[in-house]
Ligand binder design. Structure first.
Ligand SMILES: [Zn+2]
Length: 487
């Protein structure tokens, strides 16, 4: 009976419904974590970050790819919100503008607590999944946001940055961007300069994901070689499918496979089809290709919604994710492969990055987030307890699992058992139990810096202060009209 021609449309409709239903079933259990969304940029452009403006209501917000009903319909369970400031703020007011965008993400989460849960860890993402909220993370898009300062980088980490895109569409003084590969920018660092290598090491040390979207191929390769943990491309597609230099070439995809890294596919038409028009099926072609070359563990989604002017037919906004998942199922992706692309691959990479963090860095975060976890450590030095309990106990429930919990600090590393004279080892091991609070903090900082500092005179880049050579003075861009971003 299936050969009767008049039944074919009915079969097609039923099959389509089957895959769509399957997609929804899978996504109820494993919602999508998207690597890059520029809603914060739209909030700046449209409302100057005034979230109280009636038109900025995220429940009714129109003319954007993203609002709360669309996030719900799309089963979006995790989102790296892009914190972005244009390249022409480099060496000018990039840091201030970056802080303002971080602020708007924080305020957005505070204004809609029933929808967003601000998190800074893989455990936090899992918690948001359980609560049926959108895990909201901060990705800083462009190395110019750190103003060539490891101090700024560390401060951004404290404010929630969990990935840093090494460049946007401009070189930083320490990393080359993708326009080097088109001939529109001059190569300056041949990938990463020595200071750029320090940035990568510091991101590893802090537990911040390294994002290679927007960088040159030389920067991709140098970073993949140097990083001690897998990296991500938060919004990049496959060069072999669409020959845009913003996409990832196959030789780099093979490095992605070797390093267990992740490519989160960008939906921008011009990176999907290399023309102004594209459709959902062509996006799936990119996903298929990355899976074929780098493996299913290397695939993710980074739609670039609200950061691009044109998106594919069938993927008009964030509500359309289930349609893309249905297409992958139609192409014989297994449920495990689909779940990997939705969330598990990102969680795997994030956990690998988190596992690099030595206990001293965890201590820093723990002190800010959960000072009370230390209060029942009987052998803990009383003077240290004073510091810990006077720090601002920010809400940070997802941090309860941290290694710095006293239960996780081996007895041999407990501060009270460390010889006073032993400052040769890192982390807890060097903490002098007899030091007063302020002194202790200075000691920890000094030893962190010592890890980073090369011998005197060997390297012109100081570990904490910005290098004056990288900071030509320039006027503030305050008051300058906002321009639409480059892509
Ligand atoms: Zn971008």
């Amino acid at each position: 009976m299936w050969t009767r021609w008049w039944l074919w449309p009915l079969v097609a409709v039923c099959t389509a419904d089957f895959f769509r239903d399957e997609a929804e079933r899978i996504m109820r259990d494993s919602p999508v974590i998207d690597g890059h969304n520029d809603l914060p940029w739209q909030l700046l452009r449209m409302f100057n970050n005034r979230l109280q403006d009636a038109r900025a209501n995220l429940t009714t917000l129109a003319d954007t790819h993203t609002n709360i009903p669309k996030l719900r319909a799309g089963f979006v369970g995790g989102q790296f919100w892009s914190v972005y400031t244009p390249c022409d703020t480099q060496n000018q007011d990039a840091v201030r503008r970056t802080l303002e965008q971080i602020d708007v993400v924080h305020r957005m989460c505070q204004m809609y607590p029933e929808t967003f849960l601000y998190v800074t860890s893989s455990a936090g993402i899992r918690q948001a999944f359980q609560e049926g909220k959108v895990a909201s993370l901060i990705g800083v898009e462009g190395g110019h946001s750190i103003d060539s300062s490891l101090g700024v980088l560390r401060a951004l980490y404290q404010l929630g940055m969990r990935y840093l895109t090494l460049t946007h569409n401009c070189n930083t003084p320490w990393a080359d961007n993708w326009l080097v590969d088109t001939g529109d920018s001059k190569p300056q660092s041949q990938g990463l300069s020595p200071f750029g290598q320090r940035v990568v090491k510091e991101l590893n040390r802090l537990g911040v994901l390294i994002d290679l979207a927007h960088v040159s191929v030389a920067t991709m390769k140098a970073t993949l070689q140097l990083s001690r943990a897998p990296v991500i491309f938060s919004h990049s597609s496959a060069y072999s499918v669409c020959a845009s230099r913003r996409n990832v070439p196959d030789d780099v995809l093979r490095l992605v496979k070797q390093t267990d890294s992740l490519v989160m596919v960008n939906f921008y038409n011009n990176y999907i089809s290399c023309t102004n028009k594209a459709n959902l099926s062509q996006v799936a072609d990119h996903l298929d290709h990355i899976k074929e070359v780098a493996g299913a563990r290397a695939v993710g989604f980074g739609g670039d919604f609200d950061g691009v002017p044109r998106v594919p037919e069938g993927l008009e906004d964030v509500s359309k994710y289930p349609d893309l998942i249905a297409e992958l199922l139609r192409r014989n992706w297994t449920e495990a492969e689909v779940k990997g692309a939705l969330a598990n691959n990102l969680l795997r990479v994030f956990e690998a990055v988190e596992q690099l963090v030595p206990s001293v860095s965890r201590l820093g975060t723990c002190m800010a987030c959960r000072p009370q976890v230390f209060s029942h450590e009987k052998s803990f030095n009383p003077s240290l307890k004073i510091i810990l309990t006077t720090l601002n106990p920010h809400q940070c429930p997802e941090r309860q699992h941290l290694n710095c919990h006293p239960r996780n600090v081996p007895a041999s590393q407990s501060p009270s058992r460390v010889p006073v004279t032993d400052l040769s080892r890192g982390g807890w091991e060097g903490a002098r139990p007899t030091l007063e609070g302020w002194e202790f903090r200075q000691e920890v900082t000094r030893r962190q810096e010592a890890e980073l500092e090369p011998p005197r005179g060997a390297d012109p880049h100081p570990g904490v202060q910005a290098d004056p050579k990288l900071h030509p003075s320039g006027p503030s861009l305050s008051g300058k009209p906002l321009e639409l971003r480059g892509l």
